[in-house]
Ligand binder design. Structure first.
Ligand code: 3HC
Length: 294
């Protein structure tokens, strides 16, 4: 099936990036949010990134204008009715996702494909509330979606061959490296990356090193682009805690349990970079590590 119009549900951290790369890939994109403020925030980030690319000479102004013109922001779910593929990137909450899929299933074209960008929830559980499990797959992008090369293509129990093929073709069109992942909690990358970040938090709790030293250690000692605590702030501590809970329940292994510091920070509304504070304070010129209670 030829894709001409893509729908994206959610214009937050992941949704705005997915919207941008799909529009850059040449597709018309309808992006839906639940509030004008969130919609404006996501579109504002896309405009800023396009302007920066033009400034750096990496993109012509006319092309940047073209990308923005292909994006239709909306608050109205019924605007997704003409989309050939709908990708969801809303909060990592199964109940919310199921409600949303029921709504979208009722208005989407009969032959439209659905994809979830879930980090950790079951693709099959989401497919099951729609009328099209064979057209439902997981497409897991990484943050920032505009930069990170990987796309995990997740085939659930009922995903058909056409939908799986569509996932790999879409990745290729977007210039991503694709891998096939099974529909287990965390797929490949988060199965390995989430316990690593949680373990770094535990290492800090146990006094192994300061926030900065743990991060510097993994950057300089293992050539990671970011240390694990910076990465946790970057992913979002609220998202990390939600993923940890899902994986802990699924695997019943202590290494997936949210450490007390993570729970405390999330309860205090410190979600990392997006809220201005997490393991670091982002209010100044450069991020400063926060003094955390023992
Ligand atoms: N949007 C668009 N472009 C961005 C960007 C963003 N949010 N952030 C950085 N960039 C671009 C910059 O414009 C720059 O582009 P250029 O090379 O064309 O000039 C390029 O990326 C490099 O950026 P910077 O020079 O500003 O900074 P860095 O070299 O430090 O790179 C980084 C930033 C790419 C974020 C790098 O630090 C990195 O790779 N970090 C690790 C990120 C990571 O591991 N992500 C996965 C998280 S896990 C996940 O997403 C799964 C989920 O389910 C939890």
């Amino acid at each position: 099936m030829e894709i001409t119009k893509v729908g994206v549900l959610g214009c937050g951290l992941m949704g705005h990036g997915i919207t941008q790369i799909c529009a850059q890939g040449g597709w018309e994109v309808v992006v839906r949010e639940v509030s004008q403020e969130k919609l404006d925030g996501g579109i504002g980030k896309i405009s800023k990134q396009l302007a920066r690319a033009v400034e750096k000479g990496k993109l012509e102004q006319a092309d940047a204008d073209g990308v923005l013109a292909r994006i239709q922001p909306t608050l109205d779910c019924s605007d997704l009715g003409e989309c050939d593929l709908v990708i969801e990137a809303i909060t990592e909450d199964l109940e919310l996702k199921l409600e949303m899929w029921k709504e979208v299933d009722a208005i989407a074209k009969q032959d439209a494909y659905f994809a979830t960008n879930t980090s950790s929830l079951s693709v099959a559980d989401q497919a099951a509330v729609t009328s099209r499990p064979e057209r439902f797959l997981g497409l897991h992008f990484f943050n920032p979606a505009q930069v990170m090369p990987l796309l995990e293509v997740v085939r659930a129990e009922g995903t058909g061959d056409d939908a799986a093929r569509l996932g790999f073709e879409l990745g290729e069109k977007l210039g991503k490296t694709t891998v096939a992942a099974r529909d287990n909690r965390g797929f490949i990358v988060n199965r390995l990356l989430v316990p690593y970040m949680l373990d770094a938090i535990r290492a800090h709790e146990q006094g192994v090193g300061s926030i900065e030293d743990i991060d510097t250690g993994m950057k300089a000692g293992a050539s990671h682009p970011m240390g694990p605590l910076t990465l946790a702030d970057f992913v979002g501590l609220d998202t990390l805690a939600l993923i940890a809970d899902v994986m802990h329940e699924a695997y019943a292994e202590e290494r997936f349990a949210a450490p007390p510091t993570l729970t405390r920070l999330v309860e205090a509304g410190h979600y990392g970079r997006k809220s201005g504070q997490g393991f670091y304070d982002y209010s100044g010129e450069r991020p400063e590590p926060v003094e955390l209670d023992a």
